[in-house]
Ligand binder design. Structure first.
Ligand SMILES: [Mn+2]
Length: 314
C-alpha cells in the first residue's frame, strides 16, 4: 500500500510536492484511487490561471496529516492511492483537450479505479463525465458545489466554456438528472431566463438564499434525499465557498459557504455512493497565503475519507 511520506522522517516542507505526499506512479497498477491534476483553463470566462491549480494544491496538501479524526479513518490504510501525474491537455485546443480528458478518465474508470482530480477550470468536468459514462455505460448523478449554474448555452458563440459544462453534460445524456443537484448557487444572472432554462433541464438547485436558514444537517439531508444511493460524481467548484475562504479563483461570488460549514457538510455526506470527484477553479495567482489551495487539498482529503468509509462498508 502506498502511504504518505513519514513527516517524522521527512519534514512536510521537504522534497518535491505530490498530492498528500503520496508516491507518484505513472500507471494505475494496484490502485484504488488515482489522484491527478488537469492543468487546463482555456474555458475561463473571467480571470484565467486555474491551469496552475493542481500544482498549488500539491504544495499545500503537504500540510495534511493522514488520520481523519471526525470520520475516524486513515484513508491511506484502506485505499491504495497515488499521485498519477497530470492529464495530458493541448493548451491551444479546447476540443482536443476534452477528448484527452475523456480518454484519460475512461481508462481510470474502466480499470476499476476511483478518480480524484484537481483542475483546471470547470469545463474539465465535461471531459471527466464523458469518460465516466463511456466506461460505465450510462449516466451518473452529479452533486455540484458551486456559486454558478454552469448552464449557459453559449458564450461568445462558444459551446465549450466553464460556464456551460453542466448544460452540455445534460444534453449529451451524461447526467442522471433525477438524482442531481447544485448547492451554493448565488449571485446575479444575465437574465431571469437563466433560471428557467436550468429548471427545464430537470436538476434540483439549492441556491444560498433558500438554505441560508438551514442547519448543515438540513442541507445534508436534502442532498441525501435527492441523490439517494445513485452512483454520484462530486464536482466541487471552490467558488461555492465565500471568497473570504477561497479568494484564489476565477469568478468569485460573495455570500458563500464558510470553510467550517463545508467541512461539516462533507462529513455528513457519508453514505453517498461516490464514484469519483473533482475540485476545480483554484487559480493561485489570486490566492492569499495559499488558503484556497489548502481548502481544495482538504476537501480532497475529506473525500478520500468518505471513499475509504464506503469501501469498509462493503
Ligand atoms: Mn463552476
Amino acid at each position: 500500500m502506498n502511504y504518505p511520506l513519514d513527516a517524522q522522517i521527512t519534514p512536510r516542507f521537504a522534497g518535491s510536492p505530490t498530492f498528500y505526499r503520496l508516491p507518484q506512479q505513472n500507471n494505475l497498477d494496484g490502485l484504488d484511487v488515482a489522484i491527478q491534476g488537469i492543468p487546463f483553463d482555456n474555458a475561463a470566462s473571467f480571470r484565467p490561471g486555474a491551469r496552475f491549480g493542481a500544482r498549488a494544491v500539491r504544495e499545500m496538501s503537504s500540510l495534511l496529516r493522514p488520520y481523519n479524526r471526525v470520520l475516524d479513518i486513515d484513508p491511506y490504510q484502506v485505499l491504495n492511492c497515488a499521485d498519477v501525474g497530470d492529464c495530458p491537455v493541448n493548451p491551444f485546443n479546447t476540443l482536443e483537450s476534452l477528448d484527452l480528458m475523456t480518454t484519460y478518465y475512461r481508462n481510470i474508470v474502466h480499470a476499476g479505479v476511483l478518480p480524484l482530480s484537481f483542475g483546471g477550470d470547470h469545463l474539465v468536468a465535461l471531459g471527466e463525465l464523458r469518460g465516466i459514462t463511456q466506461a460505465r455505460g450510462g449516466p451518473v448523478a452529479v452533486l455540484q458545489v458551486d456559486a454558478h449554474l454552469d448552464t449557459w448555452d453559449t458564450y461568445f458563440g462558444n459551446k465549450y466554456t466553464h460556464g456551460s459544462f453542466m448544460r452540455r453534460a445534460i444534453e449529451e445524456g451524461l447526467v442522471d438528472a433525477a438524482h442531481t443537484l447544485q448547492v451554493g448557487i448565488r449571485g446575479p444572472l444575465f437574465s431571469e431566463r437563466d433560471m428557467d432554462d436550468v429548471r427545464a433541464l430537470g436538476i434540483e438547485i439549492l441556491p444560498m438564499d433558500a438554505i441560508v436558514d438551514f442547519t448543515v444537517e438540513q442541507i445534508a439531508a436534502t442532498i441525501h434525499a435527492r441523490v439517494g444511493d445513485a452512483p454520484v460524481f462530486l464536482t466541487f467548484d471552490v467558488d461555492g465557498l465565500d471568497p473570504a475562504f477561497t479568494p484564489g479563483t476565477g469568478t468569485p461570488e460573495i455570500g458563500g459557504f464558510t470553510s467550517q460549514q463545508m467541512m461539516a457538510l462533507l462529513h455528513r455526506l457519508r453514505g453517498l455512493n461516490f464514484i469519483g470527484a473533482d475540485i476545480v477553479e483554484v487559480a493561485p495567482a489570486y490566492d492569499n497565503a495559499g488558503i484556497t489551495a489548502l481548502l481544495a487539498a482538504r476537501v480532497g482529503y475529506e473525500i478520500l475519507g468518505l471513499l475509504a468509509l464506503a469501501r469498509q462498508a462493503k
